[in-house]
Design a protein around this ligand. Structure first.
Ligand code: PHE
Length: 354
């Protein structure tokens, strides 16, 4: 912009008027408009300069040109606002055009999360036992040797303490010695916690992580079990059998499932048994509920009187049964998973498949 103002005449005002209107017409963006705004109506714009010069004119001319000049100024200011609004709208339209969704684009593949098979099996098992009136219970993964073995009637020098391939931890102190601490080797210690927490009758289900120092295609140092415990008056082996048979039929969805109970030994149950279910092994495949083969599915028994006593329950008055099932094993059988270790590999493709 030049500092030299044109002489103040009707013609010079008209010329300026046309110039300004033209400038406004030509401006094509909001940014450009802001750039020329001071030249149009600013304090140092030619138009303002002309207004300042009015004072030097004789009264008649001042009145005539002043009126005209003010009209021009108003018009330029109005046109400026008009351009501003329309450029703003234009910018918005442009932005909207760019952001327009192309509905013909193919969709991106969506990754849907899935429940881990272990969690899924635990949920299925829990639901079946919930229908039989079992309530969930929990115990710590880091357990006292006392609850894991001693209170469960394992003798101090019982070989089963070694049999369990226990992960021992440094002993716990609490001012005084609290005895050995370990990663629980089974969910059976929850039996003791449950009995000490509430009085019978009890129907308790305790799924959870368990640990043994063992690792191959069928053993993992961390695995899962679900413990069941029922304590009531006049409970006998028939209750135990009906309960676990019902469970297996439900879980595998086979109505006439063949089962057999083999005598076994656990320090915390007497008598003890292992339950097998009938299956067919052919061409490396396994079919539950058919054939003449047997597959071990759980350990169980009548709660040993010593264990009831350890739980603060009078064995003369109450009896109980308990069972322990391996969760991974259930999952491998139901979903045909051949290698236990795949459960813990965290391979998303594998998880997606099951
Ligand atoms: N705790 C036993 C195991 O880990 C299973 C079991 C539970 C057996 C309850 C009898 C009763 O092998």
């Amino acid at each position: 912009m030049s500092d030299i103002s044109p002489p103040l005449t009707l013609t010079s005002i008209q010329v300026l008027h046309q110039q300004l209107l033209q400038q406004l017409e030509q401006v094509s963006s909001l940014a450009d408009l802001e750039k020329i705004r001071p030249d149009l109506t600013g304090k140092k714009s030619p138009l303002t300069n002309m207004l300042k010069m009015l004072g030097q004119l004789p009264p008649d001319a001042r009145k005539e040109l002043g009126g005209f000049l003010n009209k021009v100024r108003e018009e330029v200011a109005a046109k400026l606002e008009e351009r501003f609004t329309s450029l703003q709208q234009q910018a918005l339209d442009q932005k909207l055009m760019q952001e327009k969704q192309d509905v013909t684009l193919p969709p991106r593949p969506e990754t849907v999360g899935k429940i881990h098979p272990i969690t899924q099996v635990i949920e299925e098992v829990t639901q079946i036992f919930a229908k039989m009136g079992f309530e969930l219970a929990e115990g710590p993964d880091i357990e006292r040797e006392y609850y894991n073995f001693t209170a469960l009637n394992f003798a101090e020098d019982h070989p089963a303490r070694q049999m369990h391939d226990t992960f021992y931890l440094p002993p716990a102190h609490n001012g005084k010695e609290l005895g050995g601490v370990l990663l629980r080797t089974h969910t059976s210690p929850v039996q003791i916690h449950a009995m000490r927490q509430s009085a019978p009758p009890l129907r308790v289900l305790a799924p959870g992580r368990t640990y043994r120092c063992d690792s191959d295609a069928t053993h993992s140092p961390m695995f899962h079990q679900v413990e069941g415990l029922v304590v009531d008056k006049k409970i006998h082996m028939g209750h135990l059998k009906a309960c676990v048979i019902d469970f297996c039929q439900s879980f595998f969805g086979v109505r006439h499932l063949k089962v057999r109970f083999r005598p076994s030994y656990f320090p915390f149950t007497e008598p003890s048994a292992e339950m097998d279910i009938g299956c067919l092994r052919r061409d490396g495949k396994l079919k539950i509920g058919e054939g003449d083969d047997w597959l071990e599915i759980l350990g169980c028994g009548m709660v040993h009187p010593n264990v009831l006593k350890m739980g603060g329950i009078n064995p003369e008055e109450y009896q109980g049964f308990a069972f322990g099932i391996g969760i991974e094993r259930l999952g491998m059988l139901k979903y045909g998973i051949p290698d236990l270790r795949a459960f813990y590999d965290s391979d998303a493709r594998w998880l997606q498949h099951y």
